[in-house]
Ligand binder design. Structure first.
Ligand SMILES: *Cc1c(COP(=O)(O)O)cnc(C)c1O
Length: 389
């Protein structure tokens, strides 16, 4: 372009191109709504589902395609779609696979917003939602109806920590041709190879370990089967599930250190859980690596690690008021939801109100063990437990 442009146009556009050949480890952050085509022919020929090219920011940029490809590799899948949060990934799976008149099965210990979604589908969308005992195993087959279209699993349930037999549930589901979705956030896609155990759809809250920074919300859906992927991709497009390029960069930045962090969380959490287990104030340690935890042997058989999240049940002699005071007395542990970040957290849950069937007595408190030194965290717990006596 040689003609002279007006200043306002110069402020808006440029023909300058930086030199080719720049190489560096980080993926570039591509901000884009509009994607440019060379000519009308290229625009007409472009297919939004073809990940070898670009059509519109919402359908992907080099930044988001890179994270999707890397997550699929990490989980042992083929396809991946990003969503603006873990919960958005859950709802995208539901809306892709369920319609009025269908039936979905959820474990009774499912992540509570997933349960809220299920209840909404029932109330307003004519989809029946039924809750099953997370330890049901292959017995899931008997619950499957002709209109059952999806079975959710979570390993373990992220508050009460029962560990389901995923391969047995998948066998039962496969016999009736119903896809199984797994919320694999607890194991981060590192400690459990979901697809090798028969899972069809993996959902991740990247908000947790992938990010590791307590500063970004994102989710992902990973599949091996192309047809399942296509269905979820249509829901992704129709719902406009775009993610921010900057947030995507933050998640990409966390990947190289994720396993180092996960293993450090795991080691410290087991040390702290073992310390809590021998305390008289604690009735049970709900951590899959400990035999208090239902499904402990399944964890041992199928998982290679545990991460930093676990719960405890206090001795039933302590009231909610007392255990709340214990949490308020913690100094290093902070009070807050979410997990997978560098800082340790403690949260009380009124578990009996969250479940159809809960028979355990005692107050439940969930811990996220961060990356502080475990000895300091134990000292913090020890001083806070003193308010109980
Ligand atoms: C946090 C979490 C989610 C949802 O992730 P968000 O990004 O917070 O929406 C889903 N499942 C589990 C098990 C989680 O812990």
């Amino acid at each position: 372009m040689s003609e002279k442009k007006q200043l306002q146009t110069l402020l808006t556009t440029t023909d300058y191109r930086p030199p080719e050949g720049f190489a560096a480890f980080p993926t570039a952050i591509h901000h884009a709504s509009t994607v440019l085509f060379k000519n009308v022919g290229a625009l007409r020929a472009r297919n939004w589902q073809d990940k070898q090219s670009y059509t519109y920011g919402l359908h992907g940029t080099p930044t988001t395609f890179t994270l999707e490809a890397r997550l699929a590799e990490i989980e042992g899948g083929e396809h991946c779609l990003l969503a603006p949060s873990g919960l958005a990934a859950i709802s995208m799976i539901d809306l892709a696979l369920l319609k009025t008149g269908d039936d979905v099965l959820l474990p009774d210990n499912v992540y509570n917003p997933n349960r809220e979604m299920g209840d909404w589908l029932t109330r307003d969308f004519g989809i029946s939602t039924r809750y099953y005992d997370p330890l049901i195993g292959e017995g899931i087959t008997e619950l499957i109806r002709p209109n059952t279209r999806l079975i959710w699993t979570e390993a373990p349930g992220s508050v009460s920590m029962e560990m389901p037999d995923i391969p047995a549930i998948c066998r039962g589901a496969r016999a009736k041709h119903v896809p199984v979705a797994l919320d694999n956030t607890w194991a981060a896609g590192l400690a459990f190879r979901a697809f090798d155990y028969g899972v069809d759809i993996v959902m991740q809250a990247l908000t947790k370990y992938h990010s590791g920074g307590s500063d970004v919300l994102m989710g992902a859906v990973i599949t091996r089967d192309r047809e399942l992927h296509r269905k979820i991709e249509m829901a992704h497009m129709r719902l406009g599930m775009g993610v921010s390029a900057d947030d995507t960069y933050l998640v990409l930045r966390g990947l190289p250190t994720m396993k180092l962090r996960f293993d450090a969380h795991d080691q410290a959490a087991r040390e702290i859980a073992a310390w809590l287990k021998q305390r008289p104030e604690i009735a049970k340690v709900l951590h899959p690596a400990f035999d208090d935890c239902p499904g402990h042997l399944i964890w041992k058989r199928d998982f290679s690690g545990a991460g930093g999240l676990f719960s405890v049940l206090f001795d039933p002699r302590f009231t909610e008021e007392q255990t709340d005071r214990f949490i308020d007395s913690l100094k290093l542990f902070k009070i807050g939801y979410s997990w997978g970040g560098a800082n340790s957290l403690a949260v009380p849950y009124r578990i009996a109100q969250m479940r159809r069937a809960w028979t355990e007595a005692g107050q439940l408190v969930r811990f996220n063990i961060g990356l502080e030194d475990a000895r300091d965290l134990i000292n913090d717990l020890e001083q806070a437990l003193k308010v109980l006596t």
